[in-house]
Write a protein that binds this ligand. Structure first.
Ligand code: PLP
Length: 406
């Protein structure tokens, strides 16, 4: 039998080292729990960066996938297929938008939004050709394509990959004034995450999204919300923008839209925006394929009942209450909304990596983001008991690390 260390060594030997995984080799999973190749169980508090909001092996999603898998998986968009209409209508209804455009990965959906915003700028707003600019935020994370990393402020994400695509202006996240100052007559869009996930689950000040919405409307600029990580139930609402009752011009979705089964992403917008794209101007061989649509349709149906959103809200309140008791005990700050938290561990106690490793040895899988922040985002199907147990493991792990440094 191959051991954990052998699997890791064999994986690392022939793979680019573009990740720094925790030393666990997962074999199977159900709900919020994963099992490694040695039979050890771990509570998944990362959920594939919120791709697994509905849990591993969710019965409804798996049933939809299996049914579709045995019948029809790919047609390309050269033809129609019988899952597409329900997908377009379902996602349109969920977002309240006229139209959707499906892609596969999150980065592709962001790229799609950028292309649509530029074209809208030239054709509808009347911006001079090739002059469009898009305002983006410091510490953003929108994916890994060459255009997207060009407007990242993370040196690891960006460094060494130039020359960079022009047409982006980076401003401070959370400041409406900074956006206002950056706007000129060529500005076509403001692209932001309603809560910045990779940056450490940074929640902007109250009223920020509302004010950005007002400013965009006033200046005839598209508000593009990247809800790839924040959307689809995670924050206790269908979309993080719902918290302020804000409706962006363009929703960018991904991750959980694929139910943890296949990559499914999309943008949703009204016809005056998305209508600028005509045949041949954008597409993807796999985008909107029958399997992707069948899975997404199950996800959209599950979100339609509101039960996952309510559960994330309720469990999130419990989780945040418990996490806040750790402040002053090796934790300096806790942020987030719904079943989503960024926990800043005192850097003098341990690095985020050390906390993640200590958590893993206690049966909890979580990953650090920048520096000493631990992100907690368990599947929404997690039981309250398991969730509180995980927070206890975090408390105990930090206590042990503090004793080590004391
Ligand atoms: C994960 C993520 C992306 C990129 O999605 P991929 O599927 O990895 O390309 C973009 N934006 C946000 C906010 C994300 O969390």
């Amino acid at each position: 039998m191959t051991s954990t260390n052998e699997f890791i060594e064999l994986s690392e030997r022939r793979s680019a080292h573009n990740y720094h995984p925790l030393p666990i080799v997962i074999h199977e999973a159900q709900g919020a729990w994963v099992t490694d190749v040695e039979g050890k169980r771990f509570l998944d508090c990362l959920s594939g960066y919120s791709s697994l909001n509905f849990g591993h092996g969710n019965p409804k999603i798996i049933a939809a996938a299996q049914e579709q898998l045995s019948r029809l998986t790919l047609t390309s968009r050269a033809f129609f297929h019988d899952q597409f209409a329900a997908f377009a209508a379902g996602l349109g209804d969920l977002t309240g938008k006229d139209m959707v455009l499906p892609m596969n990965t999150g980065a592709e959906a962001v790229e799609t939004a950028i292309k649509v915003a530029r074209k809208w700028g030239y054709e509808v707003k009347g911006v001079t050709q090739d002059r469009a600019n898009i305002i983006v935020m410091e510490d953003n994370f929108h994916g890994r394509t060459t255009t997207i990393v060009g407007f990242s402020t993370d040196p690891d994400a960006r460094g060494g990959f130039g020359p960079y695509t022009p047409g982006f202006r980076i401003v401070k996240y959370g400041s409406v004034e900074a956006i206002r100052e950056a706007i000129d007559e060529d500005t076509v869009a403001v692209l932001l995450e309603p809560i910045q996930g990779e940056a450490g689950v940074l929640v902007p000040p109250d009223g920020y999204l509302t004010q950005v919405r007002e400013l965009c409307t006033e200046r005839n600029i598209l508000m593009i919300a990247d809800e790839i990580q924040s959307g689809l139930g995670r924050t206790g609402d269908t979309f993080a923008c719902d918290h302020e009752g804000v409706v962006p011009d363009v929703f960018v979705l991904g991750k959980a839209l694929g139910g943890g089964v296949v990559p499914v992403s999309a943008i949703a917008a009204d016809e005056d925006v998305l209508g600028v794209i005509r045949p041949g101007q954008h597409g993807s061989t796999f985008g909107g394929n029958p399997l992707a649509c069948a899975v997404a349709n199950a996800v959209i149906e599950m979100l339609g009942t509101g039960e996952y959103q309510a559960r994330a809200r309720e469990l999130g309140a419990v989780m945040h209450e418990r996490l806040r008791t750790l402040i002053g005990h090796g934790v300096v700050a806790v942020r987030g909304r719904g079943l989503w938290a960024g926990v800043d561990v005192d850097p003098s106690v341990a690095t985020g990596r050390e906390v993640s490793e200590a958590l893993m040895s206690r049966g909890v899988l979580a990953k650090d983001t920048h520096g000493s922040t631990i992100r907690l985002a368990p599947p929404i199907v997690v039981s309250e008991e398991d969730l509180l147990w995980a927070v206890d493991q975090l408390a105990d792990a930090i206590r042990e690390l503090r004793e080590r440094t004391a």
